[in-house]
Ligand binder design. Structure first.
Ligand code: SF4
Ligand code: SF4
Length: 155
């Protein structure tokens, strides 16, 4: 049994880890492991980088094909897709965000890990609305690239 089946929280060890080159290019990290009948992520991808063996199977991202456009991030009802791109000594992480207040570009927010624990501060680099979901790109220190998966905006 995977640890996440007991805790409900994934860790980076549960994921298909991208190579350094793929992370420098930018890739969608799909953190969806439940076997549920869902596939809007597959249909959202303009380069067909996301595939599933069948409608119940967990989706898989072809990291080489992904162009890090972020379209799948806002479309996923499970808020389970993130885009990670390494840049210089930082990492840009694009996360879905459905709380208020919505952050603005230039804000400094709390960077949270998968358990909701604050691990650092993050600089907001981009905010766009995709359907009902805000999609926020933050900048964090590079070692946190595969750990930060949420933000907290301090009003
Ligand atoms: S980020 Fe864009 S290219 Fe990459 S998997 Fe998502 S929709 Fe496809
Ligand atoms: S849209 Fe989200 S929840 Fe649905 S299969 Fe894709 S990653 Fe999983």
């Amino acid at each position: 049994m995977h640890k996440y089946e007991q805790t409900g929280v994934l860790s980076s060890r549960d994921l298909i880890y991208p190579s350094l080159k793929q992370l420098q290019k930018g890739v969608a990290i799909i953190e969806c492991v439940q076997e549920i009948p869902c596939n809007p992520c597959v249909d959202s991808c303009p380069v067909h980088a996301i595939s599933m063996k069948d409608i119940n199977a967990p989706p898989v991202c072809d990291y080489d094909a992904c162009i890090a456009c972020g379209k799948c991030v806002g479309i996923c009802p499970g808020l389970a897709i993130f885009v990670v791109k390494l840049k210089d000594d930082k990492a840009h992480i694009t996360v879905p965000y459905e709380f208020l207040p919505v952050p603005a570009v230039g804000d400094v927010v709390d960077a949270l890990d998968r358990e909701g624990k604050k691990r650092d501060k993050a600089l907001v680099k981009n905010v766009v609305k995709k359907g009902k979901t805000m999609v926020v790109t933050i900048e964090v220190e590079q070692p946190l690239a595969m750990e930060i998966r949420n933000i907290r905006v301090n009003a």
